[in-house]
Design a protein around this ligand. Structure first.
Ligand SMILES: [Zn+2]
Length: 95
């Protein structure tokens, strides 16, 4: 039983290594849609399992959206981009 517990702890530590929290800088770039494509996949995977980072992202998106609206008003690819963000945060696509 002790061995099982140790295995469990080791597994958790390993998971934490893999699942590093997203940095503020990365979240900000993701919210601003300037994050390189190859970094988006791992980030979205992390967001799926980490509510902390989802909450942080939502705060970033609020800021980014406000800036985005002011800066560009209307953009053709708005719908597509919003789809990506909505998928990552669960905003707008719940049930
Ligand atoms: Zn996280």
């Amino acid at each position: 039983m002790l061995a099982e517990h140790q295995e469990y702890v080791a597994a958790c530590e390993k998971l934490e290594e893999i699942v590093q929290h997203v940095t503020d800088n990365t979240l900000e770039r993701y919210a601003m849609r300037t994050l390189p494509r190859h970094k988006i996949g791992p980030l979205e995977e992390h967001l799926l399992i980490c509510s902390d980072c989802r909450n942080r992202l939502e705060a970033e998106i609020d800021i980014a959206t406000a800036l985005h609206v002011v800066a560009t008003k209307v953009r053709e690819d708005e719908g597509r981009e919003n789809g990506i963000v909505a998928r990552a945060t669960g905003v707008g696509h719940q049930r």
